[in-house]
Design a protein around this ligand. Structure first.
Ligand code: MN
Length: 243
């Protein structure tokens, strides 16, 4: 059963705290009014940095729109879409996987849930200390086994970010024991794909960079890779996947 699959990352566990306490079983599975109101809504997690700490790569103004408006809107829309449905009270990863398997009429739920999850994962993928952070020994060794070198890995991630046509995401992932690069379109997310564990992501929707870099996605991606990558987060996700 998909809801029992191992959480793919530490972030996932943070997301599921509310969901884990929200299950209110009732006889015959019929939700009572009390149970329905007890079901926790999906919440917008706090940012792991102050809004101006990613400057000059990502400005506080971008954060105010990207987190305060876009991310907030995905969370708010998701809660409206799932209210009173079988999805209410589920944790967000379960919502994403159920909606991904649910066909066309579940697309709105999938898109908003996946975007809510992807954005929290993105914020955690960024650190004001990124310039000095490095992959831990084990992750570096895995990167070198998979790509030949750290530089080749970064070049592949950059290439994915630049060649994603239109809106989407570039990811460093773990797949079949190897570190790999993926790109996904629009809201699509590795956690909807069995066997793929995300380690890091870069948002390449225009709303992620347009205020600061206008159309220059390549400059945004280069600056993120040089200054903001949270390798501690990637290492934690990598370690969690080995458990
Ligand atoms: Mn975004």
């Amino acid at each position: 059963m998909k809801s029992q699959e191992k959480s793919p990352s530490i972030t996932t566990r943070e997301f599921t705290k509310a969901g884990a306490t929200a299950i209110a079983a009732t006889p015959l599975g019929v939700p009572s009014v009390q149970a329905a109101t007890a079901k926790a809504a999906i919440t917008l997690p706090s940012l792991p940095f102050a809004p101006d700490q990613l400057e000059p790569t990502i400005s506080a103004k971008t954060i105010s729109f990207h987190y305060g408006k876009h991310h907030q809107a995905y969370v708010g829309t998701l809660n409206k879409l799932i209210a009173g449905t079988d999805y209410a009270g589920m944790d967000i990863v379960c919502i994403i996987r159920k909606a991904a398997a649910g066909g066309e009429n579940q697309h709105a739920i999938f898109n908003n849930a996946a975007q809510a999850w992807n954005h929290t994962f993105y914020w955690n993928s960024l650190s004001p200390k990124g310039k000095t952070l490095k992959p831990c020994k084990k992750l570096l060794a895995a990167i070198e086994r998979s790509f030949g070198s750290m530089d080749a890995c970064l070049a592949a991630l950059s290439q994915a970010a630049l060649t994603q046509f239109g809106s989407g995401w570039a990811w460093l992932v773990l797949k079949d024991g190897k570190i790999a690069v993926r790109k996904t379109s629009n809201a699509d997310t590795p956690i909807a794909h069995p066997g793929v564990t995300p380690l890091l992501t870069i948002d390449v929707w225009e709303h992620a960079y347009y205020l600061d870099w206008q159309n220059k996605r390549a400059d945004y991606v280069k600056a993120v890779l040089e200054n903001l990558v949270n390798w501690d987060f990637a290492a934690a996700n990598f370690a969690a996947a080995q458990e």
